[in-house]
Design a protein around this ligand. Sequence first.
Ligand SMILES: O=C(O)c1ccccc1NCC(=O)[C@H](O)[C@H](O)COP(=O)(O)O
Length: 213
Amino acid sequence: MANPLIKICGLSTPESIASAAAAGASHVGLVHYAPSPRHVEIAQAAQLRRAVPPGVKAVLLVVNMAPDALAQAVAAIRPDVVQFHGQESPQECAAFRAASGLEVWKAKGIKTPADLAEAQAYAGALDRLLYDAPAGKLPGGQGIALDWSLLAGYRHRIPWGLAGGLNADNVAEAIRQTKAPLVDTSSGVESAPGIKDVDRIKAFCQAARAIQS
Ligand SMILES: O=C(O)c1ccccc1NCC(=O)[C@H](O)[C@H](O)COP(=O)(O)O
């Protein structure tokens, strides 16, 4: 099995972006959602995006954002990827993808086999589905793992990734069970909500790459 891509999400300082890149992350996430402890304003996100080194993709996370506001945010930040993390429909994702020409991901909360089957309706509208725990107080970044056994052996209709409660201690087992081609973490590499920890980022990336087929 090839090493999975690694996304470290919810970064809010140039230092944490540099740590994630140095540890081998393929993607770094900037959360623009005011209720989140990881929220960054547009101007801050634009500055952080400039700190993302070549070879690492910047992912902008948004939740049910109005199309005009999203277009302005994208113009200012210039992300490589937009990750929708609210109730955006396949049609809305497809329309944004066609209009922007950007890579588009959609996070979907998965609790049952039916949720997983429903998520496949996004095939053709997206570049990647990100399976996460169902929304609670926040739509994402909750540190809650989904039931990985739901994904074991599943025939996905679209490129995908695994998020939700991943950390250095469990990511290898999650990859072993699900064969995830991309793993994503946020609270699992923090010392407190919104505060990224360099050592935890390093340990997560090492553990995610330690998997052998
Ligand atoms: O991280 C947040 O605070 C957040 C808030 C609102 C929407 C999405 C958010 N994060 C999105 C992510 O991609 C997280 O990495 C993903 O949900 C996994 O988080 P965690 O379980 O904490 O590793």
